[in-house]
Design a protein around this ligand. Structure first.
Ligand SMILES: Nc1nc2c(ncn2[C@@H]2O[C@H](COP(=O)(O)OP(=O)(O)OP(=O)(O)O)[C@@H](O)[C@H]2O)c(=O)[nH]1
Ligand SMILES: [Mg+2]
Length: 492
């Protein structure tokens, strides 16, 4: 996501570093590079023009802040403008209005509509505690109905067994009435893919919209982010034809450029509400312009990382692991659970990118897949170990090594290598646990794990990931009073 831009920007801003002040001359070169980088990322030329003009105006008008170097000031300006051009803040669908909320999912062929319908149902059910009905209304490609029903079953969401002999607008209405009967709060209607040049199918969509109009539907268009400027044009056409209330960018995981994400809102005025970042049902994120601006500029995105962890990590498992950890115990099973938790959050690269400063390092390291493959190999080896061996790896001697290598389809050396690495990890974990227990001098509140407010699994985790996140670092512009901070008296 946004790799091309991150890469270019990191280079471009180097020229401003070491300068004592932003001036007309030294900024001109950087702005030219920014302009080129944006155009290469397939951002709409009008957006690029307005963006660079706004950055320039602000950079030159900016008061010289003492103690902040021009490079940092410039990055801040670019960050804020990037966020602005993408729509400032996240705007989710208004879910709290009275009555059932109908959501029509529209777009061209193969953009990810059906997948998104499933993901949205999953998100609304799991994180927002809504009761959702999925309605397949794609009469054009009959297999689409089965595709949606399979997803519905997989995520445990109710679906409507629509009659594909009917017209899409009739199905939409029947689906809505069914949602009323079943006391649902949201009905998601998955429509057929169409080409915007296809008048017949476009008219059909207008009919669906007109039929549902009285229920004030949300009309969400799904667009493949990889299509860049084409997605912007399609959004314009669909908006003119049926009136969109939101856009979803799909396949963001495969899009390195980000042109559509940076242009669509500015060009069409329709907000991007969600981004789809993979083929699995959990791979859906709210579109947060400000956070994404941070990701583009290698500032990381800690808030999204924390939310991901809260949504995907099993609290009771985490607590059990903490208990073991406190006792200085670290077993092969604990290690396996840690790996599973990691992979639940996404690929290694995608997680690391959310940590401030890691983006640049990642680019230097390059491909992380060898490390991911190593993790997979370890998992296979562990899966061939008995419970007794997992509880105490020290009993694994030659004959057991032979059996595990055979069972996992690896080599005896690989098993030995794993055991050696695990021993190192165990020692490191033991050392860490002892250090926590002993307390570190001069660090209040660090005397042992239980004494670390906010670090226990219970306290650190939000019960409902859908609720507003309370950022412990956000002091609302005021400095936190000593003794009231999340880390206890004397920390701040
Ligand atoms: N990598 C990736 N693949 C995706 C994403 N969303 C959808 N896909 C894949 O894209 C393909 C098309 O997705 P569908 O959801 O069937 O698309 P559609 O718009 O409903 O297609 P039609 O109904 O035929 O118009 C499938 O193979 C999906 O698995 C995503 O965010 N990332
Ligand atoms: Mg479909």
């Amino acid at each position: 996501m946004f790799d091309t831009l991150s890469d270019k920007f990191a280079n471009d801003f180097k020229t401003l570093q070491g300068k004592s002040k932003i001036s007309e001359e030294n900024i001109e070169e950087t702005l030219k590079e920014v302009r080129t980088a944006l155009l290469e990322a397939d951002v709409n030329f009008k957006v690029v023009k307005e963006f660079t003009a706004a950055v320039k105006e602000q950079a030159l008008g900016e008061k010289v802040l003492k103690g902040v170097n021009p490079g940092e000031q410039f990055v801040k300006i670019v960050h804020d403008e990037l966020a602005k051009v993408m729509g400032e803040k996240n705007e989710e669908i208004d879910l709290n209005r009275p009555g059932i909320v109908p959501i029509l999912v529209v777009g061209l062929n193969g953009q990810g509509k059906t997948t998104f319908s499933g993901k949205l149902a999953f998100h609304l059910t799991k994180n927002k505690k809504k009761d959702v009905l999925l309605v397949p209304a794609d009469t054009f490609r009959p297999a689409a109905k089965d595709q949606l029903i399979t997803l519905a079953k997989q995520i445990g969401v109710d679906y409507f067994d629509s009659d594909l002999k009917l017209k899409p607008h009739e199905i939409a209405l029947l689906g809505y009435e069914e949602a009323q009967k079943r006391h649902k709060s949201i009905v998601i209607i998955d429509t057929a893919g169409r080409l915007h040049v296809d008048n017949e199918l476009m008219d059909e969509l207008k009919m669906v919209k007109a039929t549902m109009e009285k229920f004030h539907p949300e009309v969400m268009m799904v667009a493949d982010a990889m299509t860049g400027q084409a997605a912007v044009d399609v959004a314009k056409t669909f908006h003119e034809a049926v009136g969109l209330t939101g856009i979803v960018l799909s396949k963001m995981d495969s899009d390195a450029k980000g042109g559509a994400a940076l242009s669509i809102k500015h060009v069409t005025g329709v907000p991007i509400r969600y981004i789809s970042t993979g083929e699995k049902m959990k791979d859906l994120e709210l579109f947060h312009p400000d956070r994404l601006a941070g990701r583009i500029l290698d500032m990381g995105d800690v808030l999204s990382l924390v939310e991901k962890a809260q949504a995907n990590i099993d609290e009771s498992q985490a607590e059990k692991m903490m208990n073991n950890f406190e006792k200085g115990k670290f077993t092969v099973d604990d290690f396996l659970k840690q790996m599973d938790m990691m992979s639940n959050l996404g690929s290694m690269a995608s997680i690391l990118k959310m940590i401030p400063g890691m983006g640049g390092i990642l680019r230097q390291v390059g491909d992380l897949s060898p490390a991911e493959n190593e993790m997979k190999k370890m998992k296979v080896i562990i899966s061939s170990m008995t419970q007794q061996e997992r509880d105490d790896y020290k009993i694994v001697k030659e004959s057991r090594i032979k059996r595990i290598a055979k069972g996992s389809g690896t080599t005896e050396d690989s098993v030995r290598d794993f055991l050696g690495k695990f021993k190192q990890m165990e020692q490191m974990m033991g050392g860490l646990s002892a250090m926590m227990k002993g307390g570190m001098p001069g660090m209040p509140g660090m005397g042992g794990m239980p004494g670390m407010p906010g670090m226990g699994p219970k306290k650190g985790f939000r019960q409902n990931p859908g609720e507003a996140f309370e950022n412990p670092f956000d002091t609302g512009g005021k400095k936190k009073k000593s003794g009231k901070g999340p880390w206890g008296k004397g920390y701040f």
